[in-house]
Design a protein around this ligand. Structure first.
Ligand SMILES: *Cc1c(COP(=O)(O)O)cnc(C)c1O
Length: 406
């Protein structure tokens, strides 16, 4: 998500051989614990720790709590082990944005419902999604895109969703400027799409990590005005993603507060027969992943570490997400007093800096490891190969979530 991102191919995360780690014999094979792995492996490359049980639980709780269909936004973390955990949590719908995501989800889950939710798609991607991968729902925000979709898909069971532009919002990641039709255009698009759609919907996306439930209420009211002006029947109202999670400096309201606001806003629209969809990414997977990095040098309050903004820590650079941190020092205890540190990533770019401050024991030193939590979302998928720092390990662990402030 950083504008400074280098566009280079990244080698896939290498799986880690957990068998080399001794753990107590037990009847059911258990996943290892992070601290045991670190003590044995002493990794000098970033280690991505996935907590499949945490992802499955968060997915199940969203899926059961949201008053409609839950579509996992695959871009947030497309790692197969993550997709399997989301599926294990009961999610059967996937919001895909590219031919690659569509093919990946279909290869893993023949029964998945895949929705192609990028407003600007390659013709070949639309064609392959429709003909090879059984995708039936497509989003659009222009008449040009509607034309492309009609040309590349069949009339049978085609779903069309018109994405609305929202005014600049309150999300940490404001995404209002790029996609979406303004109300007048959305009205025309809904009328133009209706005769070609077995299902017709409206969608919006309030931006990512949006802390205010009222953002959804206001967006739903806007959707209602557009729907009334269009005067056509609507089958789907897709409220997008953006549901927030906790970071060291942020404790959002529980998801139920967002669901209640959405349900009330939807009911006020009085659309008989219409259903709600949501496209959560971060809320399903953030707590289910962390990244363990190593300190390679300390210079005063600055720690030079082996991962940074060109790796999994993009969001710690700009806009400066406060990921919760924890020191791991297998050979002994660290100081109890905490101190604020900034981090420098391994590349030669001076922008590879994460201001923090990250609160760590004041005696943190070379060789220590640091676990950064809440990185199951927008971490591993943003890595680049810049400067040759493209190696990282992926392990599945049984640890509890590393919650903010823990
Ligand atoms: C990125 C994105 C999502 C997921 O956003 P989160 O903030 O991770 O929930 C959902 N819908 C659209 C259209 C997106 O671009």
């Amino acid at each position: 998500m950083s504008l400074l991102r280098a566009r280079t191919a990244v080698s896939p995360l290498r799986r880690f051989d957990a068998e080399s780690v001794p753990h107590a014999s037990c009847a059911t094979p258990a996943l290892p614990r992070i601290d045991d792995l670190i003590a044995v492996e002493r990794p000098e490359e970033p280690m991505h720790a996935l907590r499949p049980a945490v992802i499955a639980a968060a997915s199940a709780s969203f899926e059961q709590g949201f008053p409609g269909k839950t579509l996992y936004a695959v871009k947030c973390n497309p790692e197969p082990a993550v997709l399997r955990a989301v599926w294990a949590g009961g999610v059967r719908h996937f919001d895909c944005a590219s031919a690659g995501e569509v093919a990946l989800v279909r290869s893993m889950f023949p029964a998945a419902h895949i929705h192609f939710m990028h407003p600007v798609k390659a013709r070949g991607a639309i064609r392959a999604a429709w003909a090879q991968h059984g995708v039936r729902d497509f989003v659009l925000d222009t008449a040009e895109e509607l034309g492309k979709i009609l040309a590349e898909t069949g009339a049978d069971d085609r779903g069309l969703v018109v994405r609305l532009a929202l005014p600049k919002g309150r999300a940490v990641y404001d995404l209002s400027g790029k996609f979406g039709a303004v109300p007048e255009d959305a009205v025309a698009l809904l009328r133009a799409a209706r005769p070609h759609a077995a299902r017709l919907g409206v969608s919006f996306h309030v931006g990512s990590q949006c802390l205010d439930p009222l953002a959804w209420r206001e967006a739903l009211a806007l959707a209602g005005r557009v729907i009334r002006a269009a005067g056509v029947a609507i089958d789907i109202v897709d409220v997008g993603g953006g549901f927030p999670v906790a970071y060291a400096d942020t404790t959002p309201l529980p998801l139920g507060a967002f669901f209640a606001e959405i349900e009330a806003g939807f009911e006020a629209l009085a659309l008989p027969g219409a259903v709600l969809w949501a496209e959560p990414g971060r809320a399903l997977v953030a707590a289910g992943g962390s990244v363990i990095i190593q300190v390679q040098q300390r210079r005063g309050d600055a720690l030079y570490v082996n991962d940074g903004i060109y790796g999994a820590l993009s969001d710690a650079g700009r806009p400066g997400f406060a990921f919760p941190v924890r020191l791991i020092r297998p050979e002994g205890a660290a100081a109890e007093a905490l101190h604020g540190f900034s981090l420098f990533g391994p590349t030669c770019d001076s922008a590879d800096h994460m201001a923090g401050p990250f609160l760590l024991p004041e005696d943190v030193r070379e060789g220590d490891w640091i676990e950064l939590g809440q990185l199951g979302a927008y971490g591993g998928c943003l890595r680049t190969a810049f400067n040759g720092f493209d190696r990282a390990k992926l392990v599945e662990v049984r640890d509890a979530p590393q919650l903010a402030g823990a």
